[in-house]
Design a protein around this ligand. Structure first.
Ligand code: GUN
Ligand code: FE
Length: 445
């Protein structure tokens, strides 16, 4: 029982104050209501049909119960160098920092160290669902999936496929080898036996995948009923290179290999024209918008409004380590800034706060095809949630106002608290994290 806020559509947030949310023992949501002002809690509870006596928890003032964040695009092996090297454009950034670093994940012990840290950090930031890229290494990427299962994060995990242009030796031997390893990877993830974590096909991008590999991945997607994640139209030089490799514009190159469709998530999609957007819309392809990365690598500013207007599903991604922050709050802020810059320049309608929150939660769930399970608080969906405490302090001293990331003043209600969390908050304010009803992080433990 407390203040509950969640997206109910792209443009609408529901504020339940006070709200009451029930969780079944199987981790699904039993009910969500606003408590009528004149109804005592006992009277309300008596109206519930369940015979079981619920355990009731009252949330204190200045706390908010929110759906967990959904990171639709993040590279686990790149976490160690996040926050460094943002001087190079994409293609040289990849060959200078990324590929040499990803090569190190041939070592399972190195993978274990990094993957434990990055999954813990992601959960700590309130990300209850993530779409992860691993590396080309099957054992290390199965270990990433196992780490998500053990730590309790809902996840799609992909072994990266790349059969060309890997720079200094970071490449698979052939399209066939890449597919064989991918099949082994899928088997490995399915053997973990967790409903929370599913494999996803992950061809890196058109520069590092041959037509043959992309076409095989498309068939695998059909035969194994798997989603596909890749990058698209992130950087101008990348687009030019893809056109010269495929003799087609980027989006059409993917379409010609059967990559587009309702099970596909393309990251970035900055440099598109109307006919590209029309093709993505017609094929029901989804997009992961990664504004922090787009600023860090000077890739460009994605016109999210045009994507939404075209009817394309858009979620938010951190794109660590192209993006410097593992926290979706940073992605929400940068998405709002990016769209305001476009609005000031071109007069497009900027994204609203509601749309920013939607893309980080329910919109992200739609983008990943997981909106029947998660994204907001609806009966039957899983309880994937974060408890936010606006009064949390960096040094644990709650009387020490100057060390708070957010300062709340008298007379401010749920709306001010929520807005302040979005613009001023950070992971210190996330005091508990739940996935499928299980508490996977608590600041006091
Ligand atoms: N394009 C291909 N690979 C990558 C990657 O690792 N990060 C980003 N941001 N773009 C890519
Ligand atoms: Fe990426």
């Amino acid at each position: 029982v407390g203040t509950i806020i969640h997206s109910i559509s792209q443009t609408q947030l529901a504020y339940l104050n006070p709200g009451i949310l029930g969780v079944n023992t199987d981790g699904t949501i039993a009910f969500v209501h606003t408590l009528p002002p004149s109804t005592p809690l006992d009277t309300f509870l008596a109206t519930l049909t369940s015979n079981n006596t619920p355990t009731i928890r009252h949330l204190p003032a200045h706390t908010l119960l929110l759906p967990g964040f959904i990171d639709t695009h993040i590279h686990a092996p790149q976490y160690p160098f996040s926050g460094t090297g943002y001087t190079l454009p994409l293609l040289t950034w990849l060959t200078t920092y990324t590929f040499p670093h990803e090569r190190r994940f041939s070592s399972l012990s190195y993978a274990e160290t990094i993957y434990k840290r990055v999954v813990a950090k992601s959960l700590r930031c309130g990300t209850t669902t993530a779409a992860w890229y691993g590396t080309i290494h099957t054992p290390a990427t199965i270990l990433l999936a196992r780490t998500c299962v053990e730590m309790g994060q809902r996840a799609l995990v992909g072994k990266v496929c790349m059969d060309r242009n890997g720079g200094d030796g970071y490449v698979e031997n052939s399209a066939e080898q890449s597919c064989e390893d991918t099949i082994e990877f899928i088997r490995g993830v399915r053997q973990l036996g967790s409903e929370l974590v599913q494999p996803i096909l992950t061809p890196r991008f058109a520069v590092s995948c041959t037509k043959e590999l992309l076409a095989s991945i498309s068939s695998l997607s059909d035969s194994e009923n798997l989603r596909i994640q890749t990058h698209c139209a992130e950087n101008i030089q990348e687009c030019t290179l893809v056109e010269s490799l495929f003799h087609l514009p980027y989006v059409q190159a993917y379409h010609s290999c059967g990559i587009l469709g309702p099970k596909t998530i393309l990251a970035h999609c900055i440099h598109l024209n109307d006919s590209d957007r029309e093709l993505l819309s017609r094929t029901q392809t989804s997009i992961s918008h990664c504004p922090v990365s787009n600023f860090a690598l000077s890739s460009g500013i994605c016109n999210v409004r045009a994507l939404l207007d075209a009817g394309i599903s858009v979620g938010l991604g951190t794109d660590v380590a192209g993006g410097w922050s593992t926290n979706l709050l940073t992605a929400i802020r940068n998405a709002l800034i990016a769209s305001r810059v476009l609005s000031m320049r071109d007069g497009t309608v900027p994204l609203s706060l509601e749309e920013g929150v939607y893309m980080a939660t329910l919109g992200g769930a739609k983008t990943l095809g997981l909106d029947a399970q998660t994204g907001n608080f609806v009966n039957g969906k899983y309880f994937d949630a974060i408890l936010v405490d606006l009064d949390a302090c960096a040094d644990g001293r709650r009387d020490h106002f100057a060390s708070r990331s957010v300062d709340v003043f008298e007379g401010e209600g749920p709306q001010e608290c929520f807005e302040k969390f979005l613009f001023l908050g950070d992971e210190r304010n996330v005091v508990e994290v739940f996935v499928a009803g299980r508490r996977v992080f608590c600041v006091d433990e």
